[in-house]
Structures are given as C-alpha cells and as structure tokens.
Design a protein around this ligand. Structure first.
Ligand SMILES: Nc1ncnc2c1ncn2[C@@H]1O[C@H](COP(=O)(O)OP(=O)(O)OP(=O)(O)O)[C@@H](O)[C@H]1O
Length: 333
C-alpha cells in the first residue's frame, strides 16, 4: 500500500483510505494515510463532494487502529452510525465552564471585554469553576453590566452543554463522536474550543494513552468564533505533543490563511468557487503541473491529495465506508 504523509520507510499504523485513480477512472494501488506520526490535514470540497464521507472513512480506520483515538466534532449528526462499524461512543457534549478561558467566554457570549458587561463576565470566568459560581459572582457584584452579563449567562445555561464534570473525550479504546447537531453556533464554538484546549493540555501534560486525532466537520462554521484560537493552536502546535487535526470544510476560501498553509495533507474533492480554488492555490505548494482548477476531481468520493511530506500530489478515490453514511446529502431513492 502507498502511504501518504510518510517520508521514509518507517513502519507503523496506516489508515486505508482508498486507491489511486488513473485518468481513465480505473483504480490502482491501495492508498493509506500514515498514523504513526501526528498530522494536520484539511478535507475540502463543495457540498456533496464527499468531505464528510472521507472524514467517516478516516474515523473508522482510526477507531480500528491501536495507539490512536479519534474525537469527532459532528455538527450535522453525520457520524451517528459510527458505532455500527467500529468501537465508538456517540455523546451529547458536556464541557466544564472552567474549560473556557475568560476571553473565550466574552467571545462566545458576544460581550467584548472593554464593555462593562464583558469586563464583569471576564472576572466571573476568571474567578469561578462552574456556571453556577459565575452566576453567583455576577449576582453578588452589583457592578454596571451585571444584568447584561447575567442574561447572557442564562442563555449559555439553556444550551445544556455546561457541566462540572465534562465529557471524557480521550478514550484510548474507542472513537468519541460529539453530537453537536442543533447547537447554536456560539455553543458549538464553546464546545469546540473546550475540546481542543482540553486535548492539547492533556497531550502537553503527557496525560494521554493514545495519540488523539481531532476531526472537525463543517469547520467553516466555527473558524471566525471563539473556537478558532483552539483549532489554530492544534493545527500549528498540536503535532509536537502528538495531536493530529483534520478539518473538513466546503469553504476553504473562508478559512484563515493559516488553516490551509499548516496542513501537511490536503484532500481536495470537487470545488468550483474561484475564491476557494484560489485559497488552495495560494496556500499549497504546487506539486502538480496543471492548474489546480483542472486537477480537481468531478465525481463525489474522488480527490486530489496534496502530500506535503512526500512533496507529491495524487488522484485517488476514497474507499467505501463500513458504517451507513449519515451525511445530509442522502436522497430518498
Ligand atoms: N468515497 C465515496 N464512496 C462512495 N460514495 C461516496 C463517497 N464519497 C461520497 N459519496 C457519496 O456522496 C454523497 C455526499 O457525500 P458527503 O455527504 O460526504 O458530502 P459533503 O461534501 O460532506 O457534503 P456537505 O457539504 O453537504 O456536508 C454521500 O452521501 C455518498 O452517497
């Protein structure tokens, strides 16, 4: 099997992802992704091109591989069937209030820190471990902005994602799918930030039994939110302590430039919007001779993979999933 993301003949686990695809559409050698070392990967493509499916293929392979553990942030409930095929748990995410830094609280609740309410919220977050304690802090303060901060916190409470214990997302024996369907965007941002920060902190502390892979579907939904500093840190600094990150998005052009340029593996499905193609062309080195727009595939499940480690680009077809695909592009027939 040809292994993407590996520069030498190192042994170690490989995630089977598909086969090489020739210009006439025929398929060749099997292709896998290295799982021995950490990676930062992007999966891009327009709606219905196969991004979520590819993320599912990766999640299944990771869940079957010893020494690694996938954590999937699933905003569209596309991974609910993962336990049908592999050891996996699907949970509604819960995060401790203390998992969000004060600045993130201000961003999540849209109360800028330079406003009275934002400054108070910052203080409440800095001095409290739980949502209840933050509420008590605000009730007791009597300072200007207290009522606005209190109302914003009541809104956050209604999302039902805050819990003093928080979900344990690093089970070395199974994949963890965080079912974020239906969460409002600020809640999704809060969960994403808390999870990325928690995983990073655990990896830095050496407190992990298997190397985590954080898979984020529909990543464009949170890149301009409080989630982004956490995702950016995983992309830029996560590999050193052993964390891999895979972001899937239909809008690479809407991502901060750091996102694409940090990826050592880019899986590009069909894309047609010029600004999205431009974003890839600007960020990724040209390992292919033709223009990127001409090199991109047209069929769902086909992809152009740009491998920064091997400094190569390949046409592949992503293999079929073992679990029924839960993507929203399904049809009745
Ligand atoms: N590798 C594949 N093998 C077989 N079928 C595939 C493959 N990839 C995608 N498909 C088919 O294409 C459909 C759309 O794929 P998917 O849901 O992954 O799209 P998407 O790019 O994530 O779309 P959206 O942006 O709307 O979420 C799937 O339901 C599936 O039927």
């Amino acid at each position: 099997m040809y292994v993407l993301g590996r520069s030498d003949e190192t042994a170690g686990p490989v995630l089977p992802v598909g086969r090489f695809r020739a210009p006439d559409g025929s398929h060749g050698t099997r292709v896998g992704v290295d799982a021995n070392a950490p990676h930062a990967a992007m999966v891009v493509g327009k709606r219905g091109s196969g991004k979520t499916y590819t993320l599912g293929v990766l999640a299944e392979a990771l869940a079957r591989t010893d020494g690694v553990t996938p954590v999937v942030l699933d905003p569209m409930r596309a991974f609910a069937t993962l336990p049908d095929a592999v050891p996996a748990t699907v949970v509604q995410p819960r995060i401790p209030a203390s998992a969000l830094p004060p600045r993130a609280w201000c961003d999540v609740l849209s109360l800028p820190p330079h406003t009275p309410a934002g400054a108070l919220l910052w203080q409440a977050a800095a001095e409290s471990e739980t949502l209840d304690a933050m509420t008590r802090f605000l009730d007791a303060s009597g300072a200007p902005g207290g009522r606005a901060a209190r109302n914003a916190l009541a809104l956050a409470d209604a999302w039902s994602v805050f819990d003093a214990d928080g979900t344990d997302v690093l089970d070395p024996d199974r994949a963890t799918v965080l079912d974020c369907a239906g969460l409002p965007r600020p809640a999704l941002a809060a969960v994403t930030r808390a999870v990325t920060d928690t995983v990073y902190a655990a990896a830095i502390a050496g407190d992990i039994d298997a190397l985590p892979w954080v898979l984020v579907d529909e990543a464009h939904a949170v890149t301009d939110t409080a989630a982004w500093p956490g995702l950016r840190r995983l992309l830029t600094r996560g590999r050193k302590p052993g964390v891999s990150t895979v972001l899937a998005t239909q809008r690479p052009g809407a991502l901060p430039p750091a996102a694409v340029s940090q990826a050592d593996l880019l899986v590009a499905h069909r894309l047609t919007a010029r600004d999205d193609i431009d974003a890839l062309e600007t960020a990724s080195p040209t390992y292919f001779e033709s223009a990127l727009a001409d090199a991109l595939p047209r069929t769902p499940g086909d992809a152009l993979v740009v491998d920064d480690t091997g400094e190569t680009a390949h046409d592949i077809t992503v293999r079929e999933r073992d679990a029924p695909h839960g993507g929203r592009s399904r049809t009745v027939t």
